[in-house]
Write a protein that binds this ligand. Structure first.
Ligand SMILES: [Zn+2]
Length: 100
């Protein structure tokens, strides 16, 4: 059981479940040979820390209307600290990451 999972076929792209968005987000920690931002990672899949913060924009269907949803967080020591500019209900809260 780990908090994050290496995406198969990659050397350093990890996925984790985001309870705020109700979906998985991915973080790239190694140069995979294409232009993508690379995050710092402490190498601990049980208590991951990524730097800098992670901002994800996704399109979500809410009441049959497609809306852009922002998710902005710090992931430190196996916890997700959601910042106040998230569009979901966990904005401003810090929660433990869920085991994969
Ligand atoms: Zn999210």
């Amino acid at each position: 059981m780990t908090k994050i999972k290496l995406v198969s076929g990659t050397r350093g792209i990890y996925s984790f479940f985001c309870p705020g968005c109700g979906k998985y987000h991915t973080i790239n920690t190694k140069d995979e040979g294409y232009k993508q931002p690379i995050w710092g990672f402490n190498g601990d899949v049980d208590k991951p820390t990524f730097t800098p913060s992670l901002a994800v924009l996704s399109v979500t269907n809410i009441a049959n209307e497609y809306r852009e949803m922002r998710c902005h967080s710090f992931i430190r020591d196996g916890k997700i600290q959601y910042l106040s500019d998230c569009d979901h209900a966990l904005a401003g809260q810090t929660i433990d990451m869920i085991d994969e």
